[in-house]
Design a binder for this molecule. Structure first.
Ligand SMILES: [Zn+2]
Length: 444
């Protein structure tokens, strides 16, 4: 009996559903991400639904009876971070053939573990773009029902792919008749697949427009879906109230996806000036995952990635060399980083997207330093992971800022992220919807 009670108590402290009572947080510093200003000694007050009701100077804060603010007066508060490109149900240890032995229920269990790591790292919202079957739907629903701990999730379910494409499964020979569940060829079949993934719980549509790095038998720069198919997918998804994220490394696929009306380009590796101009014209978000390249090159072989994937990461294929004759044999990762800088300087919209799952979950914030190294100011990178990401998700009124009417999703760090963005790699306090997920800030 005692044991059961203890287990129950552990369970209750483990799971954070949202605040059941009004509360407040007192922040020594508070980063106004919209204005890029650091405010001093602020109190954030939230109601019993976990929604912020006021933000202001501590001296003039009117606290309801019985509310004592959580003391973060030695720390810097920011809105909960957002990663718009994760694979919560995948771990980097099971790439290539090793992944074939893992069932979908087992992937859901992996997702439970990674959801916890992610929210503890300060990412209180994620967009999961690609899972086997609907393992990500199960994780999202478990979090929303308060059964497990994790970030707010928008999920895609299985990504749409052409037969033999980046998001098909091409590891087994013909006699196994193995096909990924998101495969659909032709505009009408693709429309039907959009309807199907929405039926089973997708909040967002993921489509693999070009080849990729971690798939067998294709090249990152090669187009896969045709323009007509991409247009059918975008039209159908928008009609049904969903946005579309397109995996596109290749120059042509990036342009086709933007022209088709797709909302964000994932990876964007081999984008050229015309693609950048199109993205600006259409207001398309460009999501560059510029941290994980280092991980793939260092750890990929050990993690079971196919030798051809490591080669692809190292070298650009023949097709890309046509576009970059003067840059022969450049790593695709290096080109992606150069193109990230160029696109940012050209004024495109960008959201923070890491491809977590390719590298270990919970390390998401390591990308901030890369974004600063490649041309952003710390505030730019933080905005990409807050207000811009919220805009891309269609959740601007809910997350991304610490303002009245938004969820009390608040993190805190020691130090100033505007001078050293790496402090975001060790988040000390996380609150989601007014409920404390972790608190390692020693109160004074
Ligand atoms: Zn991905």
């Amino acid at each position: 009996m005692r044991k059961t009670l203890l287990a129950l108590m552990v369970c209750l402290s483990f799971v954070s559903i949202g605040s059941a009572a009004p509360g407040a947080v007192r922040c020594g510093k508070l980063l106004d991400v919209r204005g890029g200003r650091m405010l001093s000694d602020q109190v954030v007050l939230f109601d019993d639904t976990g929604t912020i009701v006021s933000v202001g100077a501590a001296a003039s804060a009117k606290l309801p009876n019985g509310v004592t603010p959580i003391d973060l007066s030695s720390a810097t508060c920011l809105p909960g971070l957002i990663d718009v490109h994760t694979h919560i149900t995948f771990d980097p240890s099971a790439n290539g053939y090793a992944g074939l032995g893992i069932s979908v229920p087992r992937e859901a269990v992996t997702g439970v573990k990674n959801a916890r790591l992610t929210v503890h790292a300060g990412f209180t919202t994620i967009r999961n773009v690609g899972a086997t079957n609907y393992a990500d739907v199960a994780v999202r629903d478990g979090i929303n029902d308060g059964e497990i701990e994790g970030p707010r999730m928008l999920v895609s379910g299985p990504p749409l792919s052409i037969t033999g494409g980046h998001c098909d499964n091409n590891l087994l020979p013909f006699e196994y008749h193995n096909k990924a569940e998101g495969v659909a060829d032709g505009p009408w079949a693709a429309r039907e697949k959009v309807r199907e993934v929405i039926k089973y719980g997708a909040d967002v549509i993921k489509v693999c427009a070009s080849g990729g790095v971690l798939s067998k038998g294709d090249q990152p720069g090669t187009p896969q879906y045709s323009f007509e198919e991409l247009q059918a997918i975008a039209t159908e998804a928008h009609k049904l109230g969903r946005k579309v994220a397109a995996h596109a490394h290749g120059t042509q696929s990036i342009k086709d996806a933007i022209n088709a009306g797709i909302d964000s380009i994932e990876h964007s590796s081999l984008i050229d000036d015309e693609g950048i101009a199109l993205a600006k014209q259409h207001g398309t978000y460009l999501d560059f995952d510029i941290y994980n390249d280092d991980y793939i090159l260092q750890e990929g072989a050990k993690a079971g990635m196919l030798p051809e994937s490591i080669e692809k990461e190292k070298k650009i294929g023949r097709l890309q060399r046509e576009n970059f004759r003067h840059e022969k044999e450049k790593k695709i990762g290096r080109l992606q980083r150069e193109n990230f800088r160029h696109a940012w300087q050209s004024g495109t919209k960008m959201a923070f997207a890491t491809d977590a799952g390719v590298y270990p979950h919970g390390d998401n914030a390591k990308q901030f330093a890369k974004m600063v190294e490649w041309g952003m100011k710390p505030i730019d990178a933080i905005q990409a992971a807050t207000i811009s990401a919220a805009d891309l998700l269609g959740w601007s009124g809910k997350v991304g800022v610490i303002e009245t009417g938004h969820y009390a999703d608040i993190i805190a760090v020691n130090g100033d992220p505007l001078t050293d963005v790496r402090v975001l790699e060790s988040v000390k306090f996380v609150m989601k919807g007014g409920a404390v997920v972790r608190n390692d800030i020693a109160s004074k």
